[in-house]
Design a protein around this ligand. Structure first.
Ligand code: RAM
Length: 905
């Protein structure tokens, strides 16, 4: 089977360079022009570019304006950090602020850039809208038509139809009109016949018991003088639709029926303001959507369309008054992250017809999303059915057994027009193949959707299979960052499993800017922590009985710490420190002997490892040590010396207990598994004098197995970093290039376009893996990605560096690779490294952003041969820190550098 080449449009935009120091990529609260921030001191940040070596920002000055009025002039502030917290006049609600940052370089040159942000609701008493819904008595559940012979699950047969709401507002001429909108459920907002915004599945999934996100839209352009119609379609979504695998238990998890909240705010030239909110004067009805469910799909009957329902002149006398369901506003928070959007269209790469007249379309790529269906010449009432699946069975038919109870089926009933199009709005499927039945003349277009986190990095190299691996893990990130970080996008699960998120986070951060995305998720994690301090296995918390599991609960410490290291925003630590402490205290309280054996929750161990079972006590205790250590470091950053000391002490004592209990005199770790060694070595739990022996045992285990891995979720991401840290990158490369079972290459050889949940998702021996749990789009085993960036291409930062102030460029030429390259947008600006070996020479091209001081390891077989831009390092003015047999280590400031060195013995 040939390798599918990566065709994605999801690629790193080019970064400015050249010229004098200048700012670009301005962000507010880590977001590009957010509409509805609600903090009083939002974070303003920018990146820097310069064509000059050694350049850095010496000072900056920020001005923020609302209209012509100056809200803040920071004055010139000395400092290299390209970010600041707003400290001007109190911000007003529903306002738009423009801001400019001016930066000055060391030699006094200045440059500026501008952007804007909008505010949401800053004061609780500004809420004027009530929650509205519909009368449950007017709610007949969906009844499948008599000709529907497909087996239906209990869930679909009882799904209620989405509701349509409308209200006409007679507006005086306005200078600006904004709408704040949210739902307990999912909404699509419309104004005067137009869809508002490009967000999908809004308002997104949060822990609705504590936080419901709202979006703010500027609709000034959609509203003229005179009456305007505000309409919204409301569906169940995560609020009251199917969630997770236990259909009966998990449906209506948060509420029985969805509810809507809309507040329109119009500002007039005379300074007055009109505010209209949802209340009992809104009217509601049903429409063409017969049901809409995230897991089951949608049923759309185009014959039932009420044309013009979202326009002012529409006769809604047959519609019912909306029912006011509540007035609670304290759970409302502004949307903290990028919305889910359709980010890429996929044209099918193949279509085949099966004997039963069904068409199976292949998009060539496993995605999360939906299709746009075009139907031609179908008589009114023709029902076209779209079934989605990730794989084909042996006969070439759609394979759906692994979806469990998720029907993932959309139905479109034609209105009878010459050509009609349909695209579901309140569902999302995980699929590569679509089976279309009911009509022949159809066309489908794949539409990939996910949280639209900006692309932040790119890795590439000379090897097809490794490139495909990179593409697969990017697609698995996209398919699983759908409002929250999920395990999988296809079956009846799609939950925010905490270990999956935690192990994949370093890879995720390289691929995309996930600062805002994870900030919201961490808020959900914190509010779901139990009174005792236990952290749930899934966030948002929907499985009350599962919490406190080693490696899962530790997301509470690992995620905030990693976000802080990458993005340099201390606030994530400040917000999370109490939760980190509570988590570690909880584990300690129940394990005073410091070996974590009690209160281990569901204890999944090193989940889905291949053929071995790593010691669960080793895994748990290693994570306990890690969490205590990270809590100590977080406390130290925040100046909490008392806490730093307490948790550093605890970390040291856990370390001693670990050694006593699990490390034998010959350096063996209990259980003698790859994961055991990897965890102990990565988290510095092996006494220095035993490290070589422990590394030896790890290597021996790999050799004994013919250089094959056995790791699961917890161990897999550590293979590359640990093996290369101890000089075994040949072994790390063998694992990377392996295509025997179990390996990444094995799935790629089978045509995988995303990362599989399990190494045995499909095997020659058994065919498809266990249907009870066999996702083909699960990123956890893809956490090797971070090592491709930081190890193979060498784009990383020093252990004690924050926000990439001190990048570490340490590439690892090896394996089958002739070249490898990575570029990454750090908070300072672009950092990149590219190495290539050709004709006995290694070339290493490096780009360092302004304000960073990078350590560069130039690998070579002869340190005296190292040149930069053709000159010996001393002549080129490069600061050499040390020279070893295998590398020249230099220190360089911002700029572009081209090193060359002899390569080959
Ligand atoms: C599976 C999930 C997830 C994993 C848990 C333990 O059901 O898919 O990936 O974290 O189990």
């Amino acid at each position: 089977m040939g390798l599918v080449s990566a065709v994605s449009e999801w690629s790193l935009p080019s970064a400015p360079e050249g010229g004098a120091l200048h700012p670009y990529d301005l962000r507010c609260e880590h977001l590009d022009t957010p509409q509805g921030i609600a903090g009083r001191a939002p974070r303003l940040s920018w990146r820097l570019a310069s064509g000059r070596r050694g350049d850095a920002q010496a000072a900056y000055r920020i001005t923020v304006r609302s209209g012509d009025a100056l809200a803040w002039d920071s004055g010139w502030i000395d400092g290299q950090d390209p970010h600041a917290l707003y400290a001007g006049a109190p911000l007003a609600s529903f306002a738009r602020y423009t801001w400019r940052v001016r930066v000055r370089s060391a030699d006094g040159e200045e440059a500026a850039a501008g952007s804007w942000f909008g505010t949401g609701v800053l004061h609780a008493d500004e809420w004027a809208a009530a929650w509205i819904g519909h009368d449950p008595e007017t709610l007949p559940p969906f009844e499948p038509p008599a000709d529907d012979r497909e087996p239906r699950t209990v869930r679909t047969a009882s799904l209620p139809p989405p509701r349509y709401f409308r209200r006409v507002v007679d507006l005086r001429p306005a200078t600006s009109v904004r709408i704040v909108c949210t739902a307990r459920g999912l909404y699509e907002l419309r104004v005067n016949g137009h869809r508002v915004g490009d967000g999908e599945l809004t308002p997104g999934w949060t822990d609705y018991r504590h936080r419901v996100a709202y979006q703010v839209y500027d609709v000034t352009e959609l509203v003229g003088d005179g009456p305007a119609c505000v309409g919204a379609v409301l569906a169940d979504g995560w609020w009251s639709g199917s969630l997770g695998w236990d259909g009966r238990q998990q449906a209506q998890r948060y509420g029985r029926r969805p509810e809507l909240l809309v507040q329109l705010v119009a500002d007039h030239a005379d300074g007055s303001r009109t505010v209209v909110g949802t209340d009992g004067s809104w009217r509601e009805s049903t429409g063409p959507l017969r049901y809409a469910d995230l897991l089951m799909g949608e049923w759309y009957d185009a014959r039932l369309e009420q044309h013009g329902w979202d326009l002012p002149g529409f006769d809604d006398s047959s519609w019912a008054p909306a029912r006011v369901t509540g007035t609670r506003h304290d759970v409302l928070v502004p949307s903290a992250a990028e919305p889910v959007r359709v980010t890429e269209d996929l044209t099918p790469v193949g279509t085949r017809r099966d004997g039963a007249g069904r068409t199976v379309v292949d998009l060539g790529q496993n995605i999360a999303g939906r299709v746009r269906l075009t139907v031609r010449g179908a008589p009114a009432g023709t029902r076209v059915t779209l079934r989605h699946g990730e794989a084909l069975d042996e006969d070439g038919g759609l394979y759906t057994a692994n979806l469990r109870s998720a029907e993932a089926t959309d139905h479109y009933v034609a209105a009878g027009l010459p050509e009609e199009t349909f695209e579901p709005r309140f569902t999302v499927h995980g699929f590569r193949y679509v089976e279309v039945s009911g009509h022949d003349d159809v066309e489908v277009l794949g539409r990939a959707m996910h949280s639209d986190t900006p692309v932040a990095g790119e890795f590439s190299c000379s090897d097809d299979m490794v490139r495909r691996l990179t593409s697969n893990l990017r697609w698995s990130q996209r398919g699983n960052f759908v409002s929250v970080p999920t395990d999988c996008p296809q079956r009846d699960e799609r939950l925010g499993w905490t270990a999956d998120a935690q192990v994949f986070l370093p890879t995720a951060c390289y691929n995309a800017d996930v600062a805002a995305f994870f900030t919201g998720w961490l808020a959900d994690l914190r509010c779901a922590q139990t009174a005792e301090g236990a952290v749930p296995d899934v966030v948002p918390h929907v499985m009350t009985e599962r919490h406190g599991t080693p490696a899962w609960g530790d997301a509470a410490t690992v995620v905030p710490w990693h976000l802080y290291r990458v993005y340099g925003d201390e606030r994530v630590l400040r917000d999370s420190l109490p939760s980190m402490c509570r988590w570690v205290d909880h584990v300690e309280r129940h394990n005073p002997g410091l070996i974590w054996r009690d209160r281990v929750g569901s204890h999944y161990g090193d989940w889905l490892q291949a053929g071995v079972r790593a010691s669960r006590d080793v895994l748990a205790t290693a994570y306990f040590a890690l969490s205590a250590g990270l809590t100590a470091r977080a406390a130290a950053v925040l100046g909490r010396a008392d806490l730093a000391e307490r948790y550093a002490g605890l970390r040291a004592r856990i370390g001693e207990a670990f050694v006593r209990e699990f490390v034998s005199a010959d350096g063996r770790i209990s259980g003698d598994t790859q994961t055991g060694y990897l965890l102990a070595l990565a988290h510095e739990l092996v006494p220095d004098d035993l490290v070589p022996a422990a590394v030896g045992h790890l290597v021996a285990d790999l050799e004994r197995r013919g250089r094959r891995l056995t790791t699961g979720f917890a161990g897999v991401g550590l293979l590359g970093p640990v093996l290369s840290a101890y000089g075994h990158h040949d072994l790390a490369y063998d694992l990377l290039h392996d295509d025997r079972y179990p390996s990444w290459g094995y799935s790629i050889k089978r045509g995988a376009t995303t990362i599989w949940e399990r190494w045995d998702g499909w095997t020659e021996e058994h065919g498809f893996g266990p249907v009870a749990m066999n996702s083909f789009n699960h990123y956890a085993l893809g956490s090797v990605g971070a090592w491709l960036y930081s190890g193979v291409a060498g784009v990383g930062q020093e252990e004690d560096s924050v926000g990439f102030r001190r990048p570490l460029i340490r590439p690892l030429p090896g394996g089958r690779l002739r070249w490898a390259a990575a570029a990454y947008d750090t908070p300072l600006g672009r950092l990149s490294s590219r190495w290539e070996i050709s004709g006995g020479e290694l070339t290493l091209e490096v780009r360092v952003p302004p304000g960073a001081l990078a350590t560069v390891h130039v690998p070579t077989t002869d340190p005296s041969s190292v040149r930069e831009s053709g000159k010996p390092l001393a002549t080129a003015g490069i600061d050499v820190i040390k020279s070893t047999e295998a590398a020249s280590v230099c220190r360089v400031g911002s700029g572009r550098y081209t090193f060359t060195a002899s390569w080959g013995r």
